[in-house]
Design a protein around this ligand. Structure first.
Ligand code: PMV
Length: 322
């Protein structure tokens, strides 16, 4: 039996605009993860056991758009092996369609587990590329940020089509992640933004430029340890996300609750129209903000600490508290 897993993620700044070539910043969330287990069998058919959704089916019978079947086929093709004589079990603690990268994490966990099962190594670049191929089948035009941050397990400054880039975190900061309880498939929000962009291209491009500027300011603030300026940057980013049409009443309610309880900034994270919001908290404000967001309807709140030791990939770490 071979097991591998992959963490979830949050986007700190820049979602949606990143699909249109602007930068975004994302970080792993290490206390939710997807786990894939491969068991050798005598049966030539590959059986997929997705226990979270209570489904067991054969790879051959999977629908063409089945995400688990896709990543199995893609990974086996990459490894140059036939998909046969094994069964897979997939389990995930990452809420689905909440902007936490559950699809990318399932893909990366599966790719890693298959590579291990066939005694092969798969680099982070390869795992990321496979997950990206799988995402493309289901999301249409993904930027690639989810598979990148999930496969590399590092906070990243991401620009579509460019090599992974990391940067110095001069001072640790805490992010509370609150779930609106509303599942919001990425494809639908991204599709809606695409249609609106087609109609009002110049306006949307201008908003994306503004978001790109906020991402660069946020990176500079993180590099200088000016955490207090991150709060207002989050609020500016949220105002633009509202304009491009991906916020919702539930998101605004949680953002207002967080700010009202002392968070220095808050915004939606991921595709929006539901999913999670993130709030900048500190030791002083954390408990009050978490309590206020739960009272305002959050179905679940996690707190992640993002910190760096020195610079570069090895200096990055994302921890979870509370
Ligand atoms: O999968 P989510 O919900 O984290 O959304 C991904 C972020 C988007 O920018 C909305 C889409 C993308 O492909 O980057």
């Amino acid at each position: 039996m071979t097991t591998a897993s992959a963490f979830g993620k949050i986007i700190l700044f820049g979602e949606h605009a990143v699909v249109y070539g602007r930068p975004a910043i994302a970080a792993p969330v290490t206390h939710v993860r997807a786990t894939a287990t491969i068991t050798p069998t005598k049966d030539a058919r590959v059986w997929i056991d997705a226990s979270d959704i209570a489904r067991r089916y054969a790879l051959d019978d999977a629908a063409p758009e089945d995400p688990i079947a896709s990543i199995i086929r893609l990974t086996c093709a990459q490894l140059g092996v036939e998909p046969r004589n094994f069964s897979v079990h997939i389990h995930s603690t990452i809420p689905v369609a909440r902007g936490l990268g559950s699809g990318a994490a399932v893909s990366v966990a599966m790719a890693r587990a298959l590579a291990a099962h066939f005694n092969r190594t798969l680099s982070a670049v390869e795992a990321s590329a496979l997950a990206f191929e799988a995402e493309k089948l289901h999301h249409g035009t993904p930027s690639g940020i989810d598979n990148t941050v999930v496969a590399f397990e590092q906070p990243v400054y991401f620009v579509k089509g460019k090599p992974i880039e990391t940067f110095r975190i001069a001072r640790a900061f805490q992010i509370a992640i609150a779930d609106t309880g509303i599942a919001a498939p990425t494809k639908i929000a991204v599709g809606a933004v695409r249609r609106a962009w087609e109609v009002r291209r110049a306006q949307y491009e201008a908003w994306f430029d503004e978001i790109g500027g906020i991402v660069d300011d946020a990176r500079a603030a993180i590099e200088r340890g000016e955490i207090s300026s991150l709060g207002s940057l989050m609020l500016k980013n949220q105002a633009l996300l509202q304009k491009i049409g991906v916020s919702s009443d539930e998101i605004e309610t949680l953002v207002d609750a967080a700010i009202g309880a002392g968070a220095e900034g808050a915004k939606l994270s991921g595709a929006g129209r539901g999913g999670n919001i993130i709030a900048l908290v500190s030791d002083e404000t954390r408990e009050e903000v978490v309590r206020a967001m739960k009272k305002a309807g959050a179905v679940r709140v996690m707190v992640t600490e993002i910190r760096g030791q020195g610079s570069g990939i090895r200096g990055w770490r994302s921890e979870v508290r509370g």
